[in-house]
Design a protein around this ligand. Structure first.
Ligand code: DQA
Length: 143
């Protein structure tokens, strides 16, 4: 099985960017953890980071051969109807993840327009949100 991980805008700056909110782990370290976890579970991972909405939409459209997708749409979470529609348009199971708990932050972060198009959302566990999402997808595909 093969899964796609999409990291949205500004996540390339993890480690430096607001470490009190997002932690000190870099994106590279998060990805290394994810790849290790995938190997332990005998699944393959493609991981990509993008700062642009259109590119994220194209990645979703072209993910036909993926058994599932983990996406952190970052700020797009809160207003991208286009990413919501792209997730709806494809048949792969998609899980939304956030490092921070978007529900205990500013009001504008409490609303996710993209989560409604996903099978579920995991929010607030730092890099471990991604690990939880990987396990959730594997479980989803086995049941
Ligand atoms: C985030 C939460 C978003 O509100 C924010 O815009 C991000 C990161 C998270 O992972 O906690 O860039 O998606």
């Amino acid at each position: 099985e093969k899964y796609l991980v999409i990291h949205g805008p500004n996540l390339n700056l993890l480690g430096i960017r607001e470490p009190e909110v997002y932690g000190r782990m870099t994106l590279k370290e998060i990805n290394e953890n994810l790849l290790r976890e995938a190997a332990k579970n005998n699944v393959k991972l493609d991981i990509i980071q993008s700062n642009t909405e259109g590119e994220i939409i194209d990645l979703l459209h072209n993910a036909n051969d993926m058994h599932g997708i983990i996406i952190n749409p970052a700020a797009y979470t809160h207003y991208s109807v286009a990413i919501h529609d792209a997730i709806k348009a494809i048949s792969n199971p998609v899980i939304e993840v956030h490092l921070s708990n978007i529900h205990n932050r500013e009001d504008f972060r409490k609303k996710s327009v993209t989560a409604a198009a996903c099978i579920g959302q995991i929010s607030g566990f730092g890099f471990y949100s991604y690990i939880l999402a990987l396990h959730a997808l594997i479980h989803h595909n086995q049941s």
